[in-house]
Design a binder for this molecule. Structure first.
Ligand code: SF4
Ligand code: SF4
Length: 134
């Protein structure tokens, strides 16, 4: 899967070989879309990360642990919990298991960190409980 994120590097981490560490330690490929980096300044890099979803999450956790600011693309899926009837139809099309039914309660769970905003779930909902913020 792919995630587009904005990374903000404090001055002390600006020299960190991030793309190398992401590839070597997490098997995550980093494609830099845009970079604003200058010596002794806070740096901002927009990057598309590709890899296994769990390793992507681990890579983002590692970046945060290194005091790198991580901002996920702000396109989001919205679930209207008042409208949802927990039919589970949306879980059948979700490629990342961001949408699942709780095996005990049969209630819908949405794990936002797994969502790649592919929008496949939006048209499946019979009560139009799923929408986007864009
Ligand atoms: S947009 Fe919907 S189907 Fe796609 S990953 Fe997110 S929750 Fe799953
Ligand atoms: S398809 Fe709609 S109503 Fe059914 S579980 Fe998903 S969000 Fe809820």
């Amino acid at each position: 899967m792919k995630k587009r994120v904005t990374l903000t590097f404090p001055r002390r981490t600006i020299q960190m070989p991030v793309t190398y560490r992401l590839a070597k330690d997490f098997n995550v490929a980093a494609n830099i879309i845009r970079a604003q980096v200058a010596p002794n300044q806070v740096g901002k890099v927009v990057v598309e990360l590709s890899g296994d979803i769990d390793q992507l999450d681990a890579a983002l956790d590692w970046l945060r642990s290194q005091d790198v600011g991580v901002s996920l693309a702000n396109r989001e899926i919205l679930i209207d919990e008042d409208s949802c009837v927990h039919c589970g139809l949306c879980t059948g099309v979700c490629p990342t298991e961001a949408l699942t039914l709780d095996p005990k309660t049969f209630m819908l769970n949405f794990t936002r960190s797994r969502c790649i905003v592919c929008e496949q779930c939006v048209p499946t909902c019979p009560v139009e409980a799923i929408s986007t913020n864009f």
